[in-house]
Design a binder for this molecule. Sequence first.
Ligand code: ADP
Length: 924
Amino acid sequence: MRVLLLTHSSNDREAPVRVLHDLAARSDVMLSTCDSLDAVSDGQADVFVLHSASVTPVLLERLNALHQRAPHLPILVVLADGDIQQGTEFLHHGAQDVLFAREITPHMLRQRLVFAVERAAHAAQIEQQLQIYRAIVDDQVDLVFRYDTNFRLTFVNRAYSQQFASTPDAMIGDQFLNRIPAADRAHARWKITQLNAEHPVTTSEHRSIMPDGSVRWFQWTDRAILDDSGAVIEYQGVGRDITEYRAAQEEIRRTREQYRSLLESSDAAIGMLDLEGRILFVNRRAADMLDQSIDQVQGKLVSDFVCERITGDLLRDIQQVFAHGGGIVSETSVTLGDDVRWLRISVQPIRDAYGVIFAVLVNSVDITERKHHEVAIERSEMRLRALLAVDEAILTGKSVREMASNALDHIYGLVPFRRAFICMFNESDDGMLRIAARGSEGLPLMPDDFFSLPMPIRRLIANQPYLLVRDLHEYAETTLTNAIKDGLNAMLSVGLKREGRLIGVLSLFAATPDFFTAEYIQLAVEMAHQLAIAIYTHQLDTRLHQYATELEQRVIERTAELAREKNRIEAMFESSSDAMLLVDLTTGVQHANTAFRELYGADMISVGTSLGNLAHQDDLLVMAEALMKTVETQGINRVEIRARRADGTIFYAEIGMAYIKQSPQESPSIICSIRDVTQRRESEQALERALAQEKELSDLKTHFVSTASHEFRTPLTAILATADTLSLYRQRMDDSQIEMRLQKIRQQVGYMKSLMDDILQLSRIESRGMDFHPTEAVLDDLIRDIIEDFESNPDCAGRVRFSRAQTTPVTGQIDSQMIRHIISNLISNGLKYSQSPSPVDVDLRTDAGYAVITVRDYGIGIPSSDLKHLFQPFFRATNVREIPGTGLGLTIAHEAVKAHGGSITVQSDMETGTTFVVKIPLRA
Ligand code: ADP
């Protein structure tokens, strides 16, 4: 044994050192020494002894470092002095044993050294085994893990850690129950805690949560690891992921369940048989068919339950399936009491996983119904073919007789009667008409064979689908006697009916009473039905054809009549002196007559043109309204509008619109008649104008006469009153008073005279105005002459001033009398309505062919509100006060200007005076 000693004591004589030296000297102990802990390494010795006098943290730390560096080197500490607690400190820092120097004996030291070495060797061995265990466990595909009693992992193998996407080291200490979903957790925990020395192993399946959140199924075998006393120190779990396995199991279970329910719910009897015909499995239907319970038949031979013939057939099929591998399907009938049932039996091989046939699946379906249907379909097909042939034969017949005889020929092919006939009934007289008859090979028809049905039979046929008489002797007394004589005994009569009416009969005769089987009857009924349809249709066709021919004839006649009518109307339309149009209200003008083209112009209108084109734009609305009214009332309307010709000229037209009633399918139309009423219209208008003028004139005259009378009445009243005063009081008056009154009378008479003059003047101008005759005159001279007249009056002398800008005299075609009156009146007014010696300025000039005469004063002026009445007869402005006047002067002047075709305007201001401007054209 190699012992390495490190002593912190300098004294070689100290007990432990001495004891060690003694041991080395006397036994197999090889002692070597060293000076520092850091120099010690693993393999340097079998055991390392540290002789220390005391415990220091530095020493403990370095000792620990040594243990980490050399974990397999046993460390023995000999404490020179110290207590148990200090010794324990060393044990915690890597020492395996601690001795106290004071207790040490050579024997004990040796023993402890040997023990340390052995234990180190033992530990190394255990570790090696552990490595092997770990290697084994790690290589396992199964998940292996260990956990303590708190369910914390103490070990996991690689497979386990990989399953949970981790590493073994990272998983140690994990609470593994957390990986079990909460629902399963309590149960898993309970199962583990039940483990003990008696029942140390348990197996369970539960789910675990994977790191990605998915849940997988595992099967676990948990084992309790016990100490010597049988107490649990640890558990070991071994498990595997059985998610796929479980899914497969579940799938198998489900599939098996499906098959089972499929088999059970199947209408077919299904069984599984082996080569010998032993029943391995049957479904309920199969057991029912054998009249046994499932348990009763299972394991028995099929021959125990099924008749020999079928067993024989079945075994033969089974052997063949085993031999050749293909399935076999066969149909067979079984007699069950009175009932014959048909079965469709299919034998199919069942193979094991290696493809070897180990059994057969026998599937038996009752196809009796289908067989019956097949037979029925076959029969009805045959009948249908026959019926079709009859149908065709009937339809190819060109007459009712031919149809009936074709039908009889074909019926004979299906129903071999001895004799047959077809009759039609006459509606009116109950008569019967034979239209076809046929004998058979054994009994051909004779020319004198008589066919007729007695009345009672006809009635019976009418009310029922057919009449079957098995023994004709029942009708021996009737027309059927002949048939009996010919050896016929049975008769089948079927009515030919249409729309509930009996139109004829098909009668078949046979010798034997039972000849007419149900099938024959049905055939006869069907054929009679077809024949009735064909005959009826043929009759209808014939009638329809007749009707169509008649109709066609009528249409031709009517068309011709209509054509004549049309021609007449067209001739009338064309020859009308009024312009006429035929207008379709949806598509426009359809036709225009010659008068229209003459009135409007040839290009005015074409087919389809709108009626609106005829009217002047401003009268379109009137036209449209009239059109609407015509359509609404569906009557006749008249309207007068301005019409427009093709060349754009306008004329007055009176348009008459008449609605043409059509059938509801046709769009409504109207006829328009258009007449040019321009001339009439113009003369009407001229007449209207003349009437208006006349009325105006008469109104004016009436007004004038009443005003003039009033104007005369005032001075007359004054004269009369003054004259009366004179005659009454003349005696009491002196001469001057009388003279004053006479003067007043003279004054009033003078006023009346001037009034009279004015009125005469006015009427003269008015009458001459109509007959105006101008003469060449020089205006300058005329004006000068007028002014001279005023100059001769001392009140006016020197007040009138005439100015002439131009030197050339103004000459024109004028009525000098009238012009004189105009200018005199204007000058006299200017003088009268201004205070003497205020002047009156007269100016004459020419302007664009007009003589312009201006008369201006600086007098009282005219109120602006009076200006517009100035030229009315007898009108006087409100500001004239005592200034005498008649109010006619300007009226006369105005009329005179008008007669010349000139104008007179006034401009006046109450402050500055009045200016009249007269413009007279110089050339009339
Ligand atoms: P009269 O005989 O009353 O003058 P007129 O027809 O000549 O009749 O004139 C009509 C009225 O016009 C006069 O009464 C007067 O009120 C007014 N009038 C005409 N000329 C003048 C004028 N130059 N200045 C003011 N008022 C005038």
